[in-house]
Design a protein around this ligand. Structure first.
Ligand code: PBG
Length: 323
């Protein structure tokens, strides 16, 4: 494209009004998904030290949080479960019990704030005694043995009333396994949001503190993606869509905007970006020192994700943007 000699880009930058005329990307509270950690017990509201402003709630304490987010215009939440160490075992059997914190939180949300769309995270790492996202057999992840557990967990969330289930474990074939379990049990209309391109990232550190879900040995590089790869992300997304994923996710987001862009150009399913815990903690730490303007920087970061091609963004910053 050749700009003629009369082109002056600044004409449209002159005022908020003209900038608005030229604006290509907008950020709306409707684009945001608010993550919530739910834990066992009653009367619990415990702060996550590495994520200022984020708490773990017992299911009975959610009413206020749900009313707050709803009042601010946020329409979707994503639940993560946190269970006591004593409940964890090699089978992750606490992940699919009806009385689990996520299952109870979902039922409570449907009671207290039925207008809110509830997504649940499906992964074994918070429920296995070794902290890996799948079953461990002789020190190795047993991909296929993990699928049944993931399907049971997803089904228990569906039975509790979840609107969408979101597998984040990165086992191969889990979307198909979950889709089949849902279909066979009367949930053929329930969508799956797959964490399709989930990288083995250092940006999950604060989350693992929040969810007490760090692997006790080794790392997740055998199942989460290598941060160096973008073409592989296209293969993962393609495979998940073929297995029945209705929405796909790229995670983390800020250091992976090129992956979001590539996916946007290639696929026409809704794309969700996950602005993860480490991205949140960095912004919080710098703004606490007065080094950056928190609101402005959050707006800019989230806008960059939309500009890259994300339709929705999961972010711990949702309240500050909504306000
Ligand atoms: C569980 C899971 C993780 C996150 C979401 N689901 C952590 C991990 O894979 O270790 C990270 C979210 C965040 O950092 O905000 N597998």
């Amino acid at each position: 494209m050749q700009e003629g000699k009369f082109y002056r880009g600044r004409r449209l930058r002159k005022s908020e009004g003209t900038r608005q005329l030229a604006r290509e990307t907008t950020l709306s509270v409707k684009d945001l998904i608010h993550p919530i950690f739910v834990t066992e017990g009653k009367n619990v509201r415990s702060p996550v030290t590495s994520m200022e402003g984020i708490f773990r709630y017992s299911p009975d304490q959610l009413e206020r949080e749900l009313t707050d987010v709803h009042r601010m215009g946020i329409r979707t939440v994503l639940f993560f479960g946190v269970v006591d160490e004593g409940k964890k075992n090699s089978k992750a059997s606490a992940s699919w019990v009806e009385s689990g914190p996520v299952q109870e939180a979902v039922r409570n949300t449907k009671k207290w704030a039925p207008e809110i769309t509830v997504i649940t995270d499906v992964c074994l790492c918070g429920y296995t005694d070794h902290g890996h996202c799948g079953y461990l057999v002789n020190g190795q992840i047993d991909n296929d043995a993990s699928l049944e557990a993931l399907a049971k967990m997803a089904l228990s969330h569906a039975k509790a009333g979840a609107d969408v289930v979101a597998p984040s474990d990165m086992m191969d074939g889990r979307v198909a396994a979950i889709r089949q379990a849902l279909d066979e049990n009367g949930f053929s209309e329930l969508p799956i949001l797959s964490y399709s391109a989930k990288y083995a990232s250092a940006f999950y550190g604060p989350f693992r503190e929040a969810a007490a879900s760090s692997p006790k040995s080794g790392d997740r590089k055998g199942y989460q993606m290598d941060p160096s790869n973008v073409r592989e992300a296209m293969r993962e997304i393609n495979a998940d869509i073929k297995e029945g994923a209705d929405l796909v996710m790229i995670k983390p987001a800020l250091a992976y905007l090129d992956v979001i862009r590539a996916a946007r150009e290639r696929f026409d399913v809704p794309i969700v970006a996950y602005n993860v815990s480490g991205e949140y903690a960095m912004v919080k730490a710098a703004s606490a020192r007065g080094w950056v303007d928190e609101k402005a920087i959050v707006r800019e970061i989230l806008t960059s994700m939309k500009r890259a091609g994300a339709d929705k963004i999961i972010t711990y910053h949702s309240k500050i943007i909504a306000e």
